[in-house]
Design a protein around this ligand. Structure first.
Ligand SMILES: *Cc1c(COP(=O)(O)O)cnc(C)c1O
Length: 389
């Protein structure tokens, strides 16, 4: 049976070129980067190279990149670190209602420890109005954390404007750029952000490695205590092959950026156009204008997203219902909820994300299967109040 993976926002396969770079660091070049003999120096150089490859993708300086064990760790470090480091200045943090759980659950943890958190509303298109942020800032605000690109709906936030407001009020600005990396152009210098989270496995690199950008001059407390790795800020022997892989994946993302964005947006638009034309009562959530090039988030009236997901899976097709986290519970997606989408419609929503290995034939296969499955499910749906399409 044909296998079609359309969940690139959940994770991506490691590209062969990336794996080829990584492999020698398991078997031949295995020296500890902290060792002083040449086997160690060689691996230290490999980490330095990866650091500059990652830095180059976001126009940062190598010294501003700190490797972590993924996007979640980078988010936790940014929030916990700044909250702790600036507690003498204030206890107020601003974020949004549509963040990834790595941010939301970190904020809930901080609330239990005496911090006040404001969760900003979004507009119906999923974006944050700069005025909404400006109004929420108080004299106690120490950190603003707003994601660059949403993982469920693909919404691109106006980060330059939002960071500009933070800068004018002398408040630090963090952005979770895990979904943005490689998919929208990122220049930390012109964006004016202070901290930025990244992850390798969303850009065809390995899982379990990411990085936090910390702008020069921002004082961020150390996260893990032990050896002198990551300039003393994040101790522990480096995940050498993974870091090398992240570096290579970043280099490829930079090189292929224009082709990648063109490929994704063409296939995504073709898919959405076909689905909307061929299946009745389907809606695209969010704006097309400010959107991740590979993201489609669609509501199918009178249908359970879970049933769709299972029947698509039986045809070899992998998609997600809104977000990987909410797919394991019946809790409606907090992102679609914040956008004002009614509960019944949230339950009929699929997130379909295309990537570099997706082909037009894949899309044709998926749309044909989807059309049949939707037709079948609607015939037996108890909530279908419009019989006889
Ligand atoms: C995937 C993701 C994360 C978590 O990154 P991991 O490397 O899987 O820990 C954080 N934020 C967003 C927006 C994501 O899409």
């Amino acid at each position: 049976m044909r296998q079609v993976y359309l969940d690139y926002s959940a994770t991506t396969p490691v590209k062969q070129e990336v794996l080829n770079e990584m492999l020698p660091y398991y078997t031949e070049n295995y020296g500890n980067p902290s060792s002083l003999y040449s086997l160690g120096l060689k691996t230290k150089e490999a980490i330095d190279k990866a650091r500059s490859q990652v830095a180059s993708l976001i126009n940062a300086d190598s010294k501003e990149i700190f490797f972590t064990a993924g996007g979640t760790e980078a988010d936790n470090w940014a929030l916990m670190g700044i909250a702790d480091g600036l507690k003498h200045k204030g206890n107020h943090i601003i974020t949004s209602k549509v963040e990834h759980h790595a941010i939301l659950h970190s904020c809930e943890f901080l609330e239990k420890h005496g911090y006040d958190v404001t969760y900003l509303d979004v507009e119906p298109d999923g974006r944050i109005k700069p005025e909404t942020l400006e109004k929420a800032i108080t004299s106690k605000t120490i950190l603003i954390s707003i994601m660059m690109v949403n993982n469920e709906v693909g919404t691109v936030q106006p980060i330059r404007e939002l960071a500009g407001i933070a800068n004018r009020h002398n408040v630090l600005f963090h952005t979770d750029a895990v979904q943005a990396l490689g998919n929208v152009s990122i220049d930390v210098k012109s964006l004016g952000v202070d901290l930025l989270s990244m992850s390798a496995h969303k850009i065809y690199g390995p899982k379990g490695v990411g990085a936090l950008f910390v702008r020069k001059g921002v004082r961020l407390p150390n996260f893990l205590h032990g050896g002198a790795q990551e300039m003393g800020k994040r101790a522990g022997t480096e995940n050498l092959p993974a870091i090398v892989g992240f570096g290579k994946a970043s280099e490829l993302a930079k090189e292929n950026f224009n082709d990648h964005v063109k490929h994704l947006s063409e296939l995504r638009n073709y898919m959405v156009d076909r689905i909307v034309a061929e299946i009745p009562k389907v809606y695209l959530n969010g704006t097309l204008k400010y959107r991740h090039p590979g993201n489609a988030n669609l509501t199918f009236d009178y249908i359970e997203g879970e049933s769709l997901l299972i029947l698509l899976d039986s045809k070899g097709i992998s998609v997600s219902t809104g977000s990987a986290c909410s797919s394991k519970s019946l809790k409606p997606s907090h992102v679609l909820d914040a956008m004002g989408i009614p509960w019944e419609q949230i339950h009929g929503t699929l997130r379909i994300t295309v990537g570099d290995f997706t082909t037009k034939e894949d899309i044709d296969y998926v749309v044909d299967q989807l059309r049949n499955i939707v037709e079948t499910l609607r015939k037996i749906s108890p909530i279908n109040d419009e019989k006889g399409w």
